[in-house]
Design a protein around this ligand. Structure first.
Ligand SMILES: Nc1ncnc2c1ncn2[C@@H]1O[C@H](COP(=O)(O)OP(=O)(O)OP(=O)(O)O)[C@@H](O)[C@H]1O
Length: 800
């Protein structure tokens, strides 16, 4: 039995592995940031860590061994560790129970595992990361009733990750003597793709807008942030807020979460000596569970919730897939969930995914889906950064400068290399670098300057590139800073480039509070310093003005949105042009024509890219099915030709339109596996239908002929690879994956037929009814009736 290598478990080892820059981070951390300003480099990339937890069997559930946690050597307790042991989740192959899929993860928790174990092994080490000024995101993922809320929230007797994190945060806080540390909490839920503040009563909770500032940082506007002074205060706030969360009963869970909940604990650490602020955050995300409506027995209102849940989780899957593919566009914008979690996936925070699994054959397919998601997420790389702010006031201008000081308490909005978080991936390393749609404008560039850092109310998108501060300044001046007066003695004996370089150095020296006069000829030193300071002040003033303006706009927008949600009447603002860059273009009237046209081009390109998903959002359910079916047919044709990558893309497009289709998901997983492992994949021929009578009905034939239905069936394994198809090969995923003959062909045929029925549009059904008159008793009873047979019967009736 081959199992993939176990991941290393030490967070810091991993963050800092063999990388000079990251070692700087380590030493900076170990010295508890005595000189935060000296952290001048970004950290090593960091993959999202996966922990899998199988919950115990509940009363009334059948106990079988289809899903197991297998611990091998050196494992004590519920979790494997990097000390030589390895564990994996084993799932019996639904098509051949004699075979198993194996999913190795660095942490696997079995049914006897405790809340304490999970916290100590995987969560507690992250508290130090938070206190080093990095954003950490932990999310619980799994099918409904798999134990996500139990793991995150827990009970009074078995407190989960959230209460334990808060306790540990307060305990650690005391050890950072040199800082004035304060902790605050914000808590939101995403319900039917709308964001609500859980710290206010539901009646007063308007839908909160997810916004992006000029620098491309995503944040939830007007989200309440409460300072907490102790564990008890937190408990009170949290208990009250949890009651506001949308919960409902389904067949699988009496208190099923109907929303995704994101709790953020922020640690703000002010160093009065160095005059800096470090801000670390931990986002604790309890996702709503993916739902199989056949099992949940949802009523129509639950179905609507379920559909929103499934859609957002499907987008989450697409985001992870796109990141793995190094795609140029990551579909973060397709749901609020992914937009808000943007920074945790391919962004600048450290991520831990806890996969919750439910035992028993009933959950087997869902468990496989969850584990496949985990396997894909395992490869997502983040590039954590330290969120650090320099609180020192900028020097006063010498002359000709606007004398506006940046406010110390509420600094300007752009701290980050925000280009990287605007759905782009500059933080994710060169391989994953995605072109940003945010222009290299003053506001985004200036963001990396020490004096003007600031944070948004929700900083998942924080990518504070403290380490890029100086680089940013250099780039900035080279590209933009042509406004100061370089006339007179400045140019004596120097090329433009030399002047720029020296000015850049001087600029950075001024901001760092040092003198660099020796680098400039004395006759120009003072003039340059003054000019640079004037420019700094001018820009800060401009930035402050923009910030105030943006804040005003936000308030206004939130007020209007509040009105809309109360009255249902859209306001003027909703009819503004949809272009993402348009507001930016308007604001920057000083951009030259060439840049403007380039931006327009980019905007068009972007809009073309998002068209697909926008379309899926506006289409009627019928049209969605039709479009999905068309994509499936196309995908099928490509997979038959051997263009697996194209087929995969098309299947994924189809998924955008029919996100709930389980068989389509299975097909995607299979093809993805084949693509990753460079294995041939031959789509299965349609299985022969079981004939009910000697005469085969035309409808049956026509159904079989429908290529679109192919996505809904499964492979029968007789595809030139012997019985086992992909049998037993250890794939790139690090799991044994088999794809074998379905033992139950009649079930498949039935499913196909049902699917065929389901995928008939109401229009078709209407036509059928019109053609054949009032539906017969058989139709009303939901039986599979051959319309052609009916037609013949009708004709006979007419003739007779
Ligand atoms: N590790 C565990 N030990 C004991 N009971 C558990 C464990 N995990 C889950 N449960 C129980 O299983 C049931 C479902 O758990 P929970 O509500 O946490 O699931 P969930 O994944 O959050 O579901 P949903 O997505 O529907 O909200 C609860 O009754 C919970 O107490």
């Amino acid at each position: 039995m081959t199992v993939a290598t176990v991941e290393e478990s030490g967070w810091f080892n991993k963050l800092c592995k063999g990388d000079t820059s990251s070692k700087k981070f380590e030493s900076a951390f170990n010295s508890t940031h005595s000189k935060p300003l000296t952290i001048t480099t970004t950290m090593a990339s960091h993959k999202v860590k996966i922990a899998a937890r199988l919950r115990p069997r509940l009363d009334g559930e059948l106990d079988d061994d289809s899903i197991k946690v297998v611990h091998q050597s050196n494992n004590t307790g519920g979790s494997s560790s990097s000390s030589g042991g390895s564990s994996f989740i084993s799932v019996a192959n639904p098509r051949d129970p004699t075979q198993v899929f194996k999913f190795p993860f660095s942490s696997c928790y079995d049914q006897d595992s405790t809340q304490e174990e999970i916290f100590e092994n995987d969560v507690e080490p992250l508290i130090d990361v938070v206190y080093s000024g990095v954003t950490v995101t932990i999310f619980a993922y799994g099918v409904t009733s798999s134990g996500k809320t139990h793991t995150m929230q827990g009970t009074r007797n078995e407190p989960g990750v959230i209460p334990r994190v808060v306790r540990a945060m307060f305990e650690k806080k005391a050890s950072f003597h040199q800082y004035q540390t304060s902790l605050s909490v914000s808590y939101m839920e995403i319900y039917k793709d709308e964001v609500y503040d859980l710290l206010v009563t539901r009646e007063n909770a308007p839908k909160l807008p997810v916004r992006e500032n000029d620098s491309g940082m995503v944040f939830v506007a007007n989200l309440t942030k409460m300072e907490i002074s102790g564990v008890e205060e937190f408990d009170n706030i949290y208990n009250t807020a949890t009651k506001h969360r949308s919960v409902g009963a389904t067949n699988l869970n009496r208190a099923s979460s109907r929303s995704h909940a994101v709790l953020t604990i922020e640690a703000s650490m002010v160093d009065p000596v160095a005059n800096t602020t470090l801000t670390g955050k931990i986002n604790l995300v309890d996702l709503a569970g993916s739902e199989n409506n056949k099992l949940t027995g949802n009523d129509p209102s639950r179905m609507a919730e379920s559909s929103a849940i499934n859609k957002s989780l499907s987008v989450l899957g697409q985001v992870v897939h796109a990141l793995n593919q190094g795609a140029s566009r990551i579909p973060y914008r397709n749901s609020k969930l992914t937009r808000i979690l943007q920074d945790a996936l391919g962004g600048s925070s450290v991520g831990l995914l806890i996969c919750n699994l439910a035992p028993g054959i009933k959950f087997r397919q869902d468990t496989l889906n969850t584990l496949n998601f985990a396997v894909r997420t395992k490869n997502v790389e983040n590039r954590p950064v330290v969120n650090e702010r320099d609180n020192r006031p900028v020097p006063k201008p010498h002359f000709a400068a606007v004398s506006i000081q940046p406010p110390a308490s509420k600094p300007a909005p752009a701290i980050v290399q925000a280009i990287s978080t605007a759905g782009s991936g500059s933080t994710a390393g060169a391989k994953r670098a995605r072109p940003s749609l945010v222009p290299m404008s003053r506001s985004s560039r200036i963001s990396s300057i020490g004096g003007g850092h600031g944070y948004q109310s929700f900083g998942l998108a924080g990518a504070a590139a403290a380490g890029r501060r100086q680089t940013g300044m250099f780039e900035k001046i080279r590209e933009e800073d042509h406004s100061y007066d370089r006339s007179g003695s400045v140019g004596i004996g120097m090329t433009e480039k030399e002047i720029d370089e020296r000015v850049c150095y001087h600029f950075s020296a001024i901001l760092a509070g040092r003198q660099a006069d020796h680098l400039l000829p004395p006759q120009i030193s003072k003039a340059v310093e003054a000019a640079v300071e004037a420019e700094v002040t001018r820009r800060l003033a401009e930035r402050e003005r923009q910030r105030a303006e943006a804040e005003q706009n936000e308030k206004e927008a939130a007020r209007r949105e509040g009105q809309v949600s109360r009255t249902g009447t859209p306001t003027k603002e909703t009819s503004l042009p949809s272009g993402v860059l348009t507001p930016l273009l308007k604001r920057h009237k000083d951009l030259d024509e060439e840049l403007k046209s380039r931006l327009h081009e980019l905007e068009k390109k972007y809009e073309r890219g998002t068209k697909e998903t926008q379309l899926a959002d506006v289409l009627s359910p019928v049209s969605k099915k039709k479009t999905g079916r068309a994509y499936v047919a196309l995908a099928r044709a490509h997979s038959e030709k051997g263009d697996l990558q194209v087929a995969l893309d098309l299947y994924r497009k189809a998924e955008t339109y029919v996100p709930d289709n389980i068989k389509l998901k299975e097909r995607i997983i299979e093809i993805e596996w084949a693509v990753r492992n460079n294995t041939a994949y031959v789509p299965s021929p349609k299985p022969p239908r079981k004939q009910k009578s000697k005469k085969r009905s035309k409808s049956a034939l026509s159904r079989e002929a429908l290529p679109a239905m192919d996505a809904m069936d499964v492979d029968n394994g007789t595809k030139g690879k012997g019985k086992d198809g992909f049998v037993g090969k250890l794939g790139e995923f690090g799991m044994d994956f088999t794809n074998t003959e379905s033992p139950n062909k009649s079930k498949r045929t039935y499913d196909d037929a049902t699917e065929s029925e389901n995928m008939q549009t109401p229009m078709k059904k209407q036509k059928r009814t019109a053609l054949h008159g009032t539906p017969s008793r058989n139709i009303a009873a939901g039986e599979d009736v051959d319309p052609f047979a009916l037609q013949r019967k009708d004709r006979r009736h007419v003739i007779s």
